[in-house]
Structures are given as C-alpha cells and as structure tokens.
Design a protein around this ligand. Structure first.
Ligand SMILES: Nc1ncnc2c1ncn2[C@@H]1O[C@H](COP(=O)(O)OP(=O)(O)OP(=O)(O)O)[C@@H](O)[C@H]1O
Ligand SMILES: O=C(O)c1ccc[n+]([C@@H]2O[C@H](COP(=O)([O-])O)[C@@H](O)[C@H]2O)c1
Length: 288
C-alpha cells in the first residue's frame, strides 16, 4: 500500500488523502490498435469488496469486453479492480491490504498476450470511505488528465479521451433504487457522465431493476446476460472456507495459497472476517 502523505482534501463528497508515491498502474493499459480505428477507448472500473476475489470477478471484464465489441462503438483498453477501503466495514471484509494483494495475484494469472486487468489501490488506501462516484472521478482524472488519454493508434503519439465506466453485477444495479443507499446526485453523475456495464446475476431480476431506474439513467446502463451462468460469490467462498471445504477452480490458485498462508476467513463461522479484521497468521477462532 502507498504511504499516506498527511495532507487531505475535501472534494465535495468526502475526504481523500493524497498518497505519497501513488501512481495509477498502467502496465497493461493498451492503446487503440489499427483494427480499432474509429472506436472509443473504454476503461472498465469494478468497485467492490473482493473479499476474496473470485474467477467471476475476472470473468465480468471478459463478458463486458465482448459485449462492448459486439454491441457498441467502444473498445476495452483496460480494466481496473478497485477494492473498497477498510472504512466500508462490511461483514466478511478482510483487511484492504490483503484484498488488494489477492486481486493483484489474481490479475497476475492473466496470459501475457491478453492482459488488460490491473488493480488500483487508491480507494483501498484511503482511511475515509470513498463513494463510487468519487472513485470514478479518480480514474477519469488519472487516465484523461494525468495520462492525457489513450494512444489513438495512428502512430503519431496522439491521445484520445477514454470513456470511463462502472462495471458490476445486477445486485449492484438493484441497490441503485434502494432507499438510502446511493445519493441521487452521485447516481446522476455516475450514470450520466460515466455509464455502467452490468452483468446479470442469479437472485436479481435485472429487467425489473432496470425498469425501476429513471429512463434517462436506464439508457446509460449496458445490461449483459451471462450466457454461461456462474453463481459464485465471495460470501459462498468464505462459507466454504469456514467449513474447510475446497474452493479450488472457483478462485485462482495463487489466491488460495495467499488465503491459506495468511489464515484469512477462518473466523466467526460462515461470514469469515468481521469489521475488517481477519483471523491472521493461522490464529483461528472458532465460532460457538
Ligand atoms: N456471480 C456473480 N455474477 C454477477 N456479478 C457478480 C458476481 N459475483 C460478484 N459480482 C459483482 O462483482 C462486483 C464486486 O463484487 P463483490 O466484491 O461485492 O463480490 P460479491 O460476491 O457480491 O461479494 P459478497 O458475497 O461478499 O457480497 C459487484 O458489483 C458484484 O455485483
Ligand atoms: O457510492 C455509493 O454511495 C455506494 C453505495 C453502495 C455501494 N457502493 C459501492 O458498491 C460496491 C459494493 O460492493 P459490495 O461488496 O458491498 O457488493 C462497493 O465498492 C461500494 O463502495 C457505493
């Protein structure tokens, strides 16, 4: 994790802390290729707990990438997992440092030639909770202002602005209309200025969730059906771990090793770590 600098700035939502030495990872952010001429570069940003990251989290990017290529004028040039910070305090949340590390290990399993996924630790490193609108503003700033955009593929080093969009599952979409969860101003900003790519999820009626949105927001949502359904969830993974059941082929092998080495998700029965504290260093507390 990056070291905090001590200065903090308020930017209309909450506090963000400037992180000393922070820079957005861009190692596998690609430029537009010759074949993409005329298309708009798209950067997908998935915000979530990732406690732990699963193969479905990685697969969401593949589904959205295919969908964008087949049904839109966008081309995905990069994807970011942005694990939420410890201040989120959701049940089952392992420490942010561990969740970032597990996401990095998961991304390291990508095949060299087709790599486009990265992990950004900016959100996870903040001591204050960062609303998703603010996280998307962060990505927009880093990619379109700091980097100046994406190489447009003309061979002239000219850059073109990238579209930044939120990537998530249908359960996230469902929360958009649940009272008291999101601020209307934030949703308006997220959907009007960025847009969302939403993956169908078992247990959520995506059509109904879409119908509940204001029409002007609905048209900013790309709703993607899972053609091969995968119902894995981090909750189920934590559940399996707490019962000493196998999670092999649901979670990348390197992530499984990390969980075992750090004794994560063994505490408090089915829901694993509570309030951001995981059972660490093999010290296991069994719930009654
Ligand atoms: N099986 C799935 N199908 C579709 N979307 C998914 C699936 N698993 C996770 N997602 C989406 O991935 C994003 C980040 O996931 P998150 O970390 O919240 O995982 P989760 O499995 O929902 O976690 P938990 O079980 O701890 O609530 C969310 O937008 C979520 O909707
Ligand atoms: O910004 C908001 O107001 C907001 C409201 C609800 C959820 N979110 C984000 O949505 C993500 C939900 O993750 P999870 O694991 O709780 O499904 C997480 O990144 C939260 O920060 C964000």
């Amino acid at each position: 994790m990056s070291e905090e600098q001590g200065t903090s700035t308020a930017n209309g939502h909450g506090q963000t802390t400037e992180l000393k030495g922070y820079s957005l990872p861009t190692d596998v952010l690609t430029g537009l290729q010759e074949k993409d001429r005329g298309r708009i570069p798209l950067v997908l940003c998935a915000c979530g707990s990732f406690s732990p990251v699963t193969y479905l989290h990685l697969r969401m990017f593949e589904m959205a990438k295919d969908w964008a290529r087949l049904h839109t004028n966008y081309t995905v040039v990069g994807g970011y997992l942005s694990p939420v910070g410890d201040a989120y305090k959701k049940k089952g949340l392992a420490p942010a440092e561990d969740r970032v590390k597990m996401c990095e290990l998961a991304c390291s399993t990508q095949e060299q030639k087709v790599r486009f996924l990265m992990v950004d630790n900016w959100e996870a490193s903040q001591s204050a909770y960062q609303p998703t609108a603010q996280v998307l503003d962060h990505f927009n700033h880093e990619i379109n202002t700091v980097l100046g955009g994406i190489d447009d593929g003309t061979g002239t080093s000219t850059k073109t602005p990238a579209k930044i969009a939120l990537l998530g599952g249908a359960d996230l979409l469902e929360t958009f209309t649940q009272p008291g969860v999101w601020s209307t101003a934030d949703l308006d900003h997220i959907l009007t200025d960025y847009g969302a790519f939403i993956i169908e999820r078992a247990g959520t009626d995506m059509a109904d969730a879409l119908q509940r949105l204001k029409p002007e927001w609905r048209e900013r949502v790309h709703a993607i059906h899972q053609q091969i359904r995968n119902d894995v969830s981090s909750t189920k993974i934590r559940d399996f771990l707490s019962q000493d059941m196998s999670i092999r082929y649901l979670v990348p092998e390197l992530v499984i090793s990390y969980i075992n080495d750090h004794g994560l998700y063994l505490k408090d029965g089915a829901n694993g770590a509570v309030d951001g504290t995981a059972a660490k260093n093999g010290v296991v507390e069994i719930a009654d």
